[in-house]
Design a protein around this ligand. Structure first.
Ligand code: URA
Length: 219
């Protein structure tokens, strides 16, 4: 599993870029690749992630929010990163945005929340709920990729622009791509609006509803 190794090299390159470098040879990692292989079991992965100190976000966090739900879920929701309520409880989407997401799952998809899996691009809260930096997102992404490989969902719903961007490497505005279907490696990605956006823009709820009806039909 080279993902974490690659993420660390990318993080190093992004750091050099901040210092003004345009090009650098990659400095060989001190770590053996074997030593950063990610676990084959979700609970072992969780233990590792709870101890992670690979980026700045780990310095001030209260709790790591690994994700929760059915480890064999057909449906995975991916948000951006924990907010204040999530950080204090260690659970994803349990604040106001979480209420919206839970309603979407229970009332539109007619599934118990415990039947799906819910995770985020970054597992630690960015200060003041800012968008995670590219370096933070790319450093944390291998954990999400491992969650996906272990859960093996059939459908991934990305919530908002950040989740869409880091799962597809596409920077398109969410308003343009929402409701489309992107073929992933053994799963389909369906982007929709972030629940926090729906709280601020209730008129977008009808589009989110149509995206979720598409998910329901595919399930
Ligand atoms: N917003 C997110 O993107 N994720 C959460 O877990 C909570 C709010």
């Amino acid at each position: 599993m080279k993902n974490l190794h690659n993420a660390l090299q990318l993080k190093q390159l992004l750091l050099f870029r901040q210092f003004g470098y345009c090009y650098t040879d990659i400095v060989p990692s001190e770590l053996e690749e074997e030593s950063i292989e990610l676990p084959d079991h979700i609970e072992t992965l969780k233990k590792l992630v709870l101890e992670c100190h690979l980026c700045e976000l780990s310095k001030h966090r209260q709790k790591v929010v690994f994700g929760e739900g059915n480890p064999k879920a057909n449906l995975l929701f991916v948000g951006e990163g924990p907010g204040a309520t999530e950080e204090s409880t260690g659970r994803p989407f349990v604040g106001r945005a979480g209420e919206v997401l839970t309603n979407m799952i229970e009332n539109v998809l007619q599934l118990p929340r415990s039947e799906v899996y819910i995770s985020n691009i970054v597992k630690c809260r960015p200060p003041n709920n800012r968008v995670p930096t590219e370096s933070e997102a790319l450093t944390c992404r291998p954990y999400l990729q491992r969650q996906i490989a272990l859960i093996k969902p059939r459908i991934i719903v990305t919530l908002g622009a950040t989740a869409y961007r880091y799962l597809t490497n596409d920077d398109s505005p969410i308003g343009r791509v929402r409701g489309s279907t992107i073929e992933g490696d053994g799963y389909k990605i369906i982007p929709t609006f972030h629940p926090s956006y729906l709280l601020r823009n209730p008129s977008a709820k009808k589009e989110a509803l149509s995206d979720l009806l598409k998910v329901k039909a595919l399930l």
